[in-house]
Design a protein around this ligand. Structure first.
Ligand code: ADP
Ligand code: MG
Length: 397
């Protein structure tokens, strides 16, 4: 789960990371009011969306007075901001953060990530702050400084000092840098984060080290341990298909294709997507309905897949190990009677009681296309969608 910049800054500030004074607003008037509360004579107005690259896309603007803040905000609120991280559909702006303008002397990149190959938390930093890390690693790979945290002892101050030294931080600021890095590590550990990024971390003219931007991502599977983090979830920033699935306890990732997939087991779901591609099609989603494919879950899955208007055929691929194909078949039949599915449905069942399951599907009288193996299922899904399409075109003519 991702959170907003202002939320990440609040968390990091509690762990000792210094941030500029700022406040959140839900309307242009409130933004102007907030700037007066903050004081000073220059502010940045920052669109709060779950994506970076806002600066270049016009989502971060410097303002000198109330009326400028209001007019900038009027141009932001309710609009979709498209950055190189949002995809072409963009993300809606419903909150802005107003912050004091900071006199920047140097911009640094710092990121804490979970490094799967070393199975450790890895710190990635660069003296080329402000740029995206992908660009830094492509253009100035030598500027990247990495360190790995030994979990038995945690992040050590000497490691932080070493990073500060390698980044060329002035010795008088080393201690502030140590505090910042330790703060990020503390927040990462405490809340089961998978990513903490400050880009840019800046050194100011008056010798402070401040986080001007902040990003945090959390491990969804650990959210149950942190209700105060779960509360920060902002569904307006999520793919609506994915939030709906999460609310229903289904494991769903929306994709751009048109073959909807309903599968039990993550590995089988991946294999199904691969096979659809191999057969020349494009999956519309990844969907793991879990081991217990009960009629209710199958119906929920159909509803979810059918709510995606680009879906033109549905492939159900179930392997019944602990489960039983006859139960799953009952579930499919029941679901198809409840949910209006007006695209071809292809079902491949395998495993326990498969013959019984096939009989149930056949006896149902529903127009289910059955397949004996995965390749056949994928080919039939693509074939069915294409012939459905040409039938429609004949109908239209
Ligand atoms: P994004 O990464 O989404 O583009 P940032 O928060 O990093 O958004 O802001 C973009 C740029 O705007 C920063 O690299 C920095 O140069 C500038 N900026 C952001 N906040 C401030 C601030 N409080 N004072 C001065 N400049 C800022
Ligand atoms: Mg940034």
């Amino acid at each position: 789960m991702d959170i907003h910049e202002y939320q990440a800054k609040e968390i990091l500030a509690n762990f000792g990371v210094e941030v500029p004074p700022g406040a959140l607003a839900y309307s242009p008037e409130q933004a102007a009011y907030r700037s007066r509360e903050i004081g000073g004579d220059q502010w940045v107005v920052k669109a709060q969306i779950h994506a970076g690259g806002r600066g270049k896309a016009g989502g971060v603007k410097v303002c000198q007075n109330d009326s400028e803040i209001q007019s900038i905000c009027e141009g932001l609120f309710g609009r979709k901001l498209v950055t190189h991280q949002t995809g072409p559909e963009g993300k809606g702006i419903y909150r802005v953060y107003v912050e004091s303008v900071v006199p920047i002397e140097r911009e640094i990149y710092i990121g804490f990530v979970l490094d799967r190959s070393s199975q450790r938390i890895m710190i990635v930093t660069s003296a080329e702050g402000g740029m995206e890390i992908e660009d830094i690693s492509a253009e100035r790979p030598e500027s990247i400084v990495r360190a790995i945290v030994e979990p038995a002892v945690g992040l050590q101050d000497f490691q932080c000092r070493e990073i500060a030294f390698k980044l060329g931080i002035e010795p008088s600021l080393t201690q502030r840098m140590v505090r910042t890095l330790q703060g990020c590590y503390g927040a990462f550990q405490e809340y089961d984060a998978t990513m903490v990024e400050i880009n840019p971390l800046v050194v100011t003219g008056d010798n402070r080290v401040l986080a001007l931007d902040a990003k945090m991502t959390f491990d969804d599977n650990a959210l149950f341990r942190h209700p105060q983090i779960s509360e920060l979830r902002d569904k307006s920033q999520e793919d609506p298909r994915e939030s709906k699935a999460a609310d229903r306890g289904l494991n769903y990732v929306g994709l751009d294709g048109n073959i909807g997939c309903i599968v039990n087991g993550a590995g089988l779901a991946m294999a199904t997507m691969d096979t659809i591609k191999l057969a020349g099609g494009e999956p519309a989603n990844f969907l793991d309905i879990g081991g217990g494919a009960t009629p209710e879950r199958v119906a929920k899955a159909f509803r979810l897949v059918m709510s995606d208007l680009s879906v033109q055929a549905v492939l159900v691929n179930i392997f019944a190990g602990i489960n039983r194909c006859d139960w799953v078949a009952e579930g499919i039949v029941q679901a198809l009677r409840e949910v209006q599915v007006d695209v071809p449905v292809i079902v491949r069942l395998a495993g326990t009681n498969v013959e019984e399951g096939q009989k149930i599907l056949a006896r149902s009288g529903l127009p289910i296309i059955r397949a004996n193996n995965l390749m056949e299922a994928a080919e039939r899904a693509i074939g069915a969608w294409k012939s459905d399409l040409s039938n429609q075109q004949i109908g239209e003519n």
